[in-house]
Design a protein around this ligand. Structure first.
Ligand code: 5RP
Length: 236
């Protein structure tokens, strides 16, 4: 199969992370195209004898995991996960993240919180000095208009995410709407994450500022991966 350069970088990062999964572990399975490459490699490793189970963060992750023969479990059975492999839309130098292009950020955050380590797999285009990408915010449909108003007063520009293949708003795996919010550069990602979380009707935002201590970012570069921070580079 011939990859575009972006795909080659994603494949490298995904496969690198998949090789870090240990025998007998329980892992979180993130959503998105980069994680697919990790799952592809995990499928190969299952055929080589690796035994583990995955907690999917979306219908998409569950469907793809089943395709690669990955046994699935859930958080009811596993309160603590050994690690999670997930993608990101943007990664800042301090390892805070923006996620949710795929609309899965609420389950992704729950699974990340339950995990001892969070492996974030990205290509170089996702790395930034500070976070300034669009922030997806999942909201209860009942509250979407009031939350829109509150976010506007915070200086954001919220846009209701519209579907493809369906007229009207995107409905998340949890039955909610998504507001894609432009704030410009986030000077205090943790502060903004907390502020958004406190708005009544917000289910969860795509700002991930609380996991920096356990986050390891794997950046596919086309001819090898680099790990952030380098001090957390696993023995590979
Ligand atoms: C889904 C996500 C994804 O992990 C993020 O959008 C990255 O996706 P991709 O690996 O396809 O670029 O947060 O909600």
């Amino acid at each position: 199969m011939s990859d575009t350069s972006g795909e080659r970088e994603k494949r490298e990062a995904g496969r690198y992370a998949a090789d870090l999964v240990g025998q007998g572990t329980v892992i979180g399975l993130g959503t998105g195209s980069t994680v697919f490459f990790a799952m592809e490699r995990l499928g190969e490793r299952i055929k080589e004898g690796l035994e583990f189970a995955g907690v999917p963060t979306s219908y998409q992750a569950a469907f793809r995991a089943r395709q690669y023969g990955i046994p699935l479990t859930d958080l009811d059975e596993n309160l603590i996960l050994d690690l999670t492999i997930d993608g990101a839309d943007q990664v800042s130098h301090d390892l805070s993240l923006i996620k949710g292009r795929g609309g899965a950020q609420v389950r992704e955050k729950i699974v990340a919180a339950a995990s001892r380590r969070l492996y974030i797999v990205v290509d170089e285009s996702k790395c930034a000095s500070h976070l300034d990408a669009v922030v997806p915010v999942e909201v209860l449909p009942f509250a979407w208009a009031t939350v829109t108003g509150r976010i506007a007063t915070l200086g954001g520009r919220p846009v209701l995410r519209e579907g493809q293949g369906k007229d009207g708003p995107v409905i998340t795996d949890n039955g909610n709407f998504i507001l894609d919010c432009s704030f410009g550069a986030l000077s205090d990602p943790a502060g903004m994450e907390g502020t958004l979380d406190r708005i009544p009707g917000v289910v969860g935002s795509g700002i991930f500022a609380g996991f920096t201590k356990k986050t390891i970012v794997i950046v596919g570069g086309g001819s090898g991966c680099r790990v952030l921070p380098p001090s957390r580079a696993p023995h590979h």
